[in-house]
Design a binder for this molecule. Sequence first.
Ligand SMILES: [Cu+2]
Length: 280
Amino acid sequence: MKLSSPVAVLLLSSIHDTTAHYVFSRIALLNQPPSPPYTYVRPIYPPPDPQLNNSTSSPQYSVYSPHIRCGWFAHLSGSYVNWPLDINAGDTVSVSTTQSSSLGDGKDEEDMDIYHPGPATAYLSFVAEEPREDGEDTTALRLAEQKQRVNAGDGWWFKIGEVGAREDGRWVLNGREADGERVWSLNFTIPPSTPPGYYLLRTEHLYGYSSSFNSTQFYVSCAHLRIKGPGGGSPGPLVKFPGAYDAWDRSIWFPFGSTGYNGYYGLKEHSLPGPPVWKG
Ligand SMILES: [Cu+2]
């Protein structure tokens, strides 16, 4: 592998030790310009943590915390999202990352590539039905939107996508490669028979910061979607967060650690955490 020189390895590990993290704060329909940060994505309010350099975009480490759902306090921040992103089942969303020097309020965000190596997944959680079109009566619509804002992400989730290994020694998200390749966004397709309605979309990216137990970083965010379509599917298997993973789950534990991705053979056999993808 190209990145096996000591210089490149040093580079990869040093990226990590500053406030350098990121949040999946932007979302758009595929091939549309990304939304301003935290338009459809719930804002985050990370607690001060000297160990994490008080970075506002600090990742999650505990799979048992409610923050594992949507990021720091974002299970409670849905009221800051004014309206959902409209999308038809069968269409594809693109999520992308930004970095901020203050709270995740969208005010001083800069675009940041997804520079940590590791797998990614996406999940949906049903929140409310799409109201029938009732002429001028928007009460049902407001009620559905309100349910989405107060939803704490404590419902059932099903997986709609996985981004794993590109080849046996290389993730699709493989960090910053020696050849300068960077990945700026991830695409996930809404399964075509997804029942229409209001949903949370949870994007999750894992980075095995070190090979020690419980050191994997989870970059998670939740966006508000309104999915239209014929429906007809029965999504599953269903899981909860926390609950879907446990700390001993081999799929969230990367024995090769932060510097061992490149040239590590066996990525193809590394199963991603959670249930199988529901294809709808
Ligand atoms: Cu980081």
